[in-house]
Design a protein around this ligand. Structure first.
Ligand SMILES: [Zn+2]
Length: 1004
């Protein structure tokens, strides 16, 4: 029963009788011996001698014009030539116009237009391009429109340089900023094109384009109409160094920041009832701790935790009575250098109703109030509260209707309100000095200490920021949070671990300050009543302004008279008074709002949702968030179906790149080399391979080691491809390919492996894992091709007749392998892939690889049973080779003895005759001769090497399983070396082997 199934399996692979050299062996072998002069060598390449001359023309050595190596200027010229010849620039438009069933939309996060291209850009753009090219090859229509984020303070600052804004009008500032951004965009764009990134570079998006600005205002207007945009006077992060409010995303926390922290006292003016009822507690001082002493003048309250325990303690040295949290006393005593003796304890809630004197302002009294944000980790458990200068403080003030008095101006200096002693002092520096001195003078200062803590800095100026209140526009993110979280649940996040950060950031941000007091941005389309200050903003005013922006760009906000911005019909619909009552607003929108609205401006109008957004991890709190919030606000869904979050590029030592460390890798130098030749030119494909090979989900290292290794890897691949091309010279698969069922089993087996290879590669690309693609590729090339298949087939390729079935069968496999391997690396190495394709057979000259689709593997190539046959033979081969370590297998005869059964049947399918020098089995074994038998003969050569082993056959998905023992005997061959093919298959050294005799006589 089993045997019949084996026969069926074998029958499915093709004709069992078609083997052993096919056409060649079907001809009678001539007995005439071709004479060779004594001493003559072989016909193999590289060996000198006249025999080589004699048979050279009869041996089919690989020939190709595909160069082994390309370096330096030649490499660069070739890449540029390929970009030209193979139409890199037109590819994107070509694929947009072709018919495709499905679209793949990768929405480009706009890089910031404020500097030169860097390796971070390279990582991001190439990563995207690998995926786009893969999807394009697979037949999808790619939607990928590159963009730039063009507005904002960093550009404004760089454009203005040392000059600052002094004396320039908003329009003059904007003109300079625009020119600066345009310069940066041009340089970045040229680099992205050189890297081979597929796009229509004539049609990019820019956040300073009128149409983009209009789409953005539409989002703003929809959010405003839903009540999500509001104006409020409240504390925000304020950068004195750039005179503007900042959003959380524009802060950098400096963990080394040193503050002058103080312990200071507020004398109790009115005791709470419980304390009043105890004796000796008349002169209690409330002890507070703050890292920002400059905020003490703005104090409006002291907060306590209602359910914590508080103690009144007596200082052993001064007899002062201090009130603080009981659990803080132990750590405070050593700081004060005295003992603290407890004279009374209270529950926080028993402090209700207490009032203290302000330590610096005579006659000012402030209440003790309960609050949830009080913690016991630091300080005294009693929290100084300045509503104008703290977010928590502000919410306490709102709850208890405390005044919010700001004493700090836009430059970070005390205002008149702070009193003559402090006015005009910078709060962070001399203002802090002055306040501490005043606390000393009033005997309120208990202790000053240096406090190292994480403190927010302006991301551009690298100067510390302060918290101060101002009238700003906000988005109510708190009310969007739940919807945003829900939308995020439907989004696939890669790596999944990034989802937690996204959710945490949504939680942390309760509002989003979107107004900036600068000129280089999209104006907030709001008018203010001259007298009341009431803002005028509604769908009529915003739509009208958006229309103007679309036509003229947002410069018109400053250029046009207010009558044009606010024409009578708009005023009418708004039920507003005459235009003379109004002035236009001066604020511009946060650039995160600019880029966050890109889905509305760039994606298809029918369903503005991208398949994927791919950006660095810094965008978890940036573009990923702002895009999500705006999209959820307007249409209640995320703008992306999946997110890919990659790491940053670091130096080879794992350090952040910085000019001061001198470890910045310039992508232009990677490609073109350094002018002084200290760095060689790697070309764009090396840069792309580096990206593909890296684990992009962590920090990605770049340096000479990584780049040299990438170059060497491409070099090895190039050699493999060159070997394939060389052996396909003159082969046209359209005319000469062999039907898979007629092919040698080993060749069919390679097609089977190729099919598995292409499936694995396809999966890896689909999961954004180009690194896995490379590992699969390298294993296939090294293990399956170079050390296995190529070593076996050389004799058949070089020495069989050109048009023999055996050789054509092999070429058919090689052509498929060449095509499959080339396509599989094309998304990573588009230049090399097109270069190979220019040399590859089987297509019209005008056709390019990228226009001809993905790997065309066929299900006919799936050969599970055949896999067992070849792998069974390989197991025996391994046994054979390990019995003659370091020796040349072709000098040995191999006898394989197998019990009748499945494995014997399988081996018989590779060699029908009991003994052969030219069977598929002999080829696979690389032996001089293979004998296939049921039992080792008794009269073995005395020097025969004997080994045995077992192979587990697993056929029909496990239905057929058979443990098959085998034994082998290895003996040195008696045959002589054939002077043409160098195999030990000849009768004597001066005589060609039977196969070569035939070939030569036919040729002659
Ligand atoms: Zn020969």
């Amino acid at each position: 029963m089993q045997n019949s199934e084996v026969y069926q399996t074998l029958a499915r692979w093709g004709l069992r009788s078609q083997r052993g050299g096919g056409l060649l062996l079907s001809r009678p072998v001539s007995s005439r011996c071709h004479g060779v002069s004594p001493g003559e060598g072989s016909a193999q390449p590289g060996e000198a001698g006249s025999a080589q001359t004699l048979y050279r023309d009869t041996v089919l050595l690989p020939r190709t014009e595909f160069p082994m190596k390309l370096t330096g200027q030649k490499l660069l010229d070739r890449e540029l030539q390929i970009q030209q010849e193979c139409g890199f620039a037109e590819l994107y438009s070509w694929q947009r116009e072709r018919k495709a069933k499905k679209e793949f939309c990768l929405h480009d996060g706009p890089p910031y237009a404020n500097g030169d291209p860097h390796v971070g850009h390279a990582l991001n753009k190439i990563l995207k391009d690998i995926r786009n090219r893969f999807e394009m090859l697979r037949g999808r229509q790619i939607h990928y429109i590159p963009g730039w984020d063009c507005h904002g303070l960093p550009i404004e600052l760089k454009a203005l340089g040392e000059l600052g804004t002094s004396g320039l009008s908003p329009l003059q500032i904007r003109q300079k900023a625009r020119e600066f951004a345009e310069g940066a965009i041009a340089r970045q764009k040229a680099a992205f094109q050189r890297w081979g990134v597929m796009a229509n570079w004539e049609q990019c998006y820019y956040t300073f384009n009128g149409a983009y600005e209009a789409a953005q205002l539409k989002v703003f207007q929809e959010m405003h109409s839903k009540g999500l945009v509001y104006q409020e006077y409240k504390p925000v992060f304020w950068s004195p160094s750039s005179r503007t409010a900042l959003a959380e995303a524009e802060l950098e926390y400096n963990p080394e920041h040193v503050s002058r922290a103080v312990y200071t006292t507020f004398p109790l003016a009115k005791l709470p009832p419980k304390m009043a009822s105890e004796q000796g507690l008349e002169n209690v001082l409330v002890l507070v701790w703050t890292t920002q002493p400059w905020t003490i003048p703005a104090n409006q309250a002291v907060c306590y935790m209602p359910n914590a325990q508080y103690s009144v303690v007596k200082r052993a040295d001064t007899s002062q009575l201090l009130l603080l949290a009981t659990e803080r006393t132990a750590s405070l005593a050593p700081l004060l250098g005295t003992e603290l003796q407890t004279v009374g304890t209270f529950i926080g809630s028993q402090l209700e109703g207490a009032i203290c004197k302000h330590p610096l302002i005579p006659d000012k009294h402030v209440p003790l109030v309960p609050a949830n944000h009080v913690t016991m980790g630091k300080g005294t458990g009693l929290v100084h509260t300045a509503p104008a200068h703290g977010m928590d403080d502000y919410s306490v003030a709102s709850q208890f209707k405390l005044p919010v008095e700001c004493m700090v101006d836009e430059d970070g200096r005390f205002t008149e309100l702070a009193g003559p002693e402090l006015q005009n002092l910078s709060v962070i520096t001399e203002g802090t000095d002055a306040v501490i001195s005043m606390l000393k003078e009033s005997s309120a200062l208990v202790l000053e200490e240096q406090c190292v803590h994480s403190y927010p800095y302006d991301w551009r100026t690298k100067q510390p920021v302060v918290i101060r209140p101002s009238k700003q526009w906000f988005i109510n993110t708190a009310s969007l949070k739940d919807k945003a979280k829900e939308a995020l649940h439907k989004v696939r996040v890669l790596p999944e671990s990034a989802r937690g950060s996204l959710l945490a950031m949504l939680d942390r941000r309760t509002y989003w300050c979107i107004s900036r007091q600068r000129s280089w941005g999209v104006p907030i389309p709001v008018f203010y009543h001259k007298e009341t200050g009431e803002p005028l903003i509604n769908k009529y005013t915003v739509s009208h302004v958006a229309k103007l922006f679309k036509e003229k760009g947002s410069d018109c906000w400053w250029e046009l008279p207010i009558e044009d911005l606010l024409p009578p019909e708009v005023l009418n619909k708004s039920k507003a008074g005459p235009v003379s009552d109004y002035v236009r607003g001066d604020d511009v929108l946060d650039i995160w709002f600019d880029s966050g609205a890109s889905w509305a401006a760039v994606l298809e109008e029918s369903d503005p949702r991208a398949d994927v957004y791919v950006e660095g991890k810094d965008q978890l709190g940036g573009w990923f968030q702002s895009s999500l919030l705006t999209s959820v606000a307007v249409r209640n869904k995320a703008p992306y179906k999946s997110l890919v979050v990659h790491g940053f590029v670091v130096s080879e030592k794992g350090e952040k790149m910085s000019k001061s460390l001198g470890n910045v890798v310039d992508p232009d130098e990677v490609i073109n080399g350094k002018e002084d030749s200290s760095v060689s030119a790697y070309g764009a494909d090396v840069l792309r391979w580096w990206v593909a090979e890296s684990n992009v989900f962590t920090e990605v290292q770049i340096g000479p080691n990584a780049l040299n290794s990438a170059r060497d890897s491409i070099g090895k691949l190039r050699n493999t491809l060159r070997f394939l091309l060389g052996n396909l010279q003159g082969f046209d698969p359209r005319l000469q390919a062999v039907d898979p069922k007629q092919m040698y089993y080993i060749d069919q087996y390679m097609l089977h492996l190729l099919r598995e290879y292409s499936m694995k590669v396809t999966d890896a690309y689909s999961e954004f894992d180009a690194g896995r693609v490379i590992r699969i590729l390298q294993a296939f090339i090294t293990r399956d091709l170079s050390s296995f298949y190529f070593s076996i087939i050389k004799d058949r390729l070089y020495c069989s007749p050109e048009d023999s079935l055996g050789r054509r069968s092999c070429q058919t496999a090689l052509e498929e392998i060449l095509d499959g391997v080339t396509r599989s690396v094309a998304p990573i190495l588009p230049h090399l892939a097109e270069e190979v394709y220019l040399h590859a057979p089987g297509h019209d000259k005008a056709e390019t690889l990228f226009k001809s689709g993905w790997i065309k593997s066929s299900s006919v190539w799936r050969r599970p049973g055949l896999e067992e046959a070849v792998e069974g033979a390989c197991a025996i081969r391994d046994c054979f080779l390990s019995s003659i370590p370091g020796k040349n297998a072709s000098q040995y005869d191999l006898t394989i003895a197998l019990e009748p059964g499945l494995l014997f049947e399988l081996m018989e399918s590779l060699q029908e005759e009991p003994t052969s020098t030219s069977s598929q089995l002999a080829e696979l074994m690389m032996a001089a001769r293979v004998n296939l038998t049921n039992k080792l003969p008794r009269d073995l050569h005395p020097e025969a090497l004997l080994s045995r082993g077992t192979f587990l056959i697993n056929l029909e998905g496990g239905v057929i399983r058979e443990d098959s023992p085998y034994s082998i005997a290895v003996t040195p061959t008696y045959a002589a070396r054939c002077p043409r093919c160098r195999r030990y298959t000849s009768e004597s050294t001066d005589c060609l082997c039977p196969r070569c005799q035939t070939v030569v006589s036919r040729a002659g």
